[in-house]
Design a protein around this ligand. Structure first.
Ligand SMILES: Nc1nc2c(c(=O)[nH]1)N[C@H]1C(S)=C(S)[C@@H](COP(=O)(O)O)O[C@H]1N2
Ligand SMILES: [Mo]
Length: 368
């Protein structure tokens, strides 16, 4: 990429046939995904949860960490981690998915973190609800947005910035939005935002600001880079695009059998092969999961675990009994929520955001 292209501030789209570059490899090596076999765990073990960090993991000392709450409030607050930990604590099981999940499979490929399908995980987050803190600070009656800023700093498409995201006030006041210091019963790990992060159940990952240092209540919509330029569903370079918000429905399967080391193609033996995975949606209740064992020609309903009222923001398990016959085949799985079904063909946008095309798994069925 030339400096001019960089300063033009637009996401780059790969040339037809252009392979993954070293810049994308560098991002992929820093930001790892969930190994899909780890879909077996209800709660993703910490080291297996996906990670996405735009810049560097900042240095952070929990003993001196401070969170400032200001802007359009009557009483600005400054809180240490121990002040926050003395407040009512809740633990909530929440699925996170990166808005760029599936990007590397788009044609043409938006050049960025090249996720295949694995930018997802479900953790038990411990923290305190945000809304009472905002109320205590005294919200101005004309407040509309809340901006959340992390301690990490960098340059993105020519713009120097602290990582910051705005949320509409009504979303920030939802009782399930948390300021979090714990993950899976342990202190938050550095890569997941230690010592403090935001969790916004139902929204794509970019909203869950890590290394949170500042909350600013705004009387105008937030116009920072990560809302105004990044995370938009733009279809061409002049299109401002709709903002990326809530997670679209998706199902994934833990690939059955055993893999080829290099191709990741799967092998199973003919006969009964149990298929299983997870499904989720952040925008509407899930209604069905369907599986195809013939490359998408026919679909059968999978067994979807009932919604667990104790964990409304977690993924749900699904299973399907497959009788495999010898030969090559392609397995697909798709989720449906109250607003629609996952597309079989990708819906393209310049940044490769909120792309929920179906998973395809190539399997060779061997003689029993
Ligand atoms: N401060 C800060 N917060 C951030 C990011 C970041 O780069 N900096 N990345 C966001 C994105 S794009 C995602 S997908 C999630 C990933 O969270 P995880 O790494 O804990 O899985 O964090 C979000 N919060
Ligand atoms: Mo992300």
């Amino acid at each position: 990429m030339t400096a001019t292209e960089n300063l033009s501030g637009r996401a780059r789209v790969a040339e037809p046939g252009e392979g993954i570059g070293l810049d994308e490899l560098a991002l992929a090596a820093r930001n790892h995904g969930l190994p899909l076999e780890a879909l077996r765990y209800d709660v993703t073990p910490p080291g297996l949860h996906y990670v996405l960090t735009h810049f560097d993991i900042p240095a952070a000392d929990p003993a001196t960490w401070q969170l400032a709450i200001g802007g359009a409030v009557e009483r600005p607050l400054t809180l240490g981690l121990d002040d926050l930990m003395r407040r009512p604590a809740v633990t909530s099981r929440v699925l996170l998915e990166c808005a760029g999940n599936g990007r590397a499979r788009l044609e043409p490929r938006p050049v960025s973190q090249p996720w295949l399908l694995e930018a997802v995980g479900t953790a038990e987050w411990t923290g305190t609800p945000l809304a009472p803190l905002l109320e205590e600070a005294g919200l101005s009656p004309d407040a509309v947005d809340v901006a959340f800023t992390g301690a990490d700093h960098g340059v993105e498409r020519g713009v120097e910035q602290d990582y910051a995201r705005g949320l509409p006030l009504a979303e920030a006041l939802r009782p399930e939005v948390l300021l979090v210091w714990g993950m899976n019963g342990m202190p938050l790990l550095p890569q997941h935002g230690a010592p403090l992060r935001l969790v916004v159940p139902g929204w794509y990952g970019m909203a869950h600001v890590k290394w949170l240092t500042r909350i600013e209540v705004l009387t105008e919509p937030f116009t920072g880079y990560q809302n105004a330029r990044a995370y938009r569903l733009e279809v061409d370079a002049d299109d401002p695009g709709e903002p990326v918000t809530r997670i679209r429905p998706r199902a994934l399967m833990a690939p059955p059998g055993w893999p080829d080391f290099m191709t990741r193609e799967r092998f199973v033996r003919a006969g009964a092969v149990p298929l299983a995975g997870r499904a989720w949606s952040g925008r509407a209740p899930l209604t069905a999961v369907d599986v195809s064992t013939d490359g998408g020609r026919t679909w059968e309903a999978a067994e979807l675990a009932p919604a667990d009222p104790a964990h409304p923001f977690a993924w749900r398990g699904w299973t399907h009994d497959w009788t495999a016959t010898p030969g090559a085949c392609e397995l697909l799985v798709r989720a449906t929520d109250a607003e629609g079904t996952q597309p079989v063909e990708a819906e393209w946008n310049r940044q490769g955001m909120a792309n929920n095309l179906v998973q395809r798994v190539q399997v060779t069925v061997l003689e029993a």
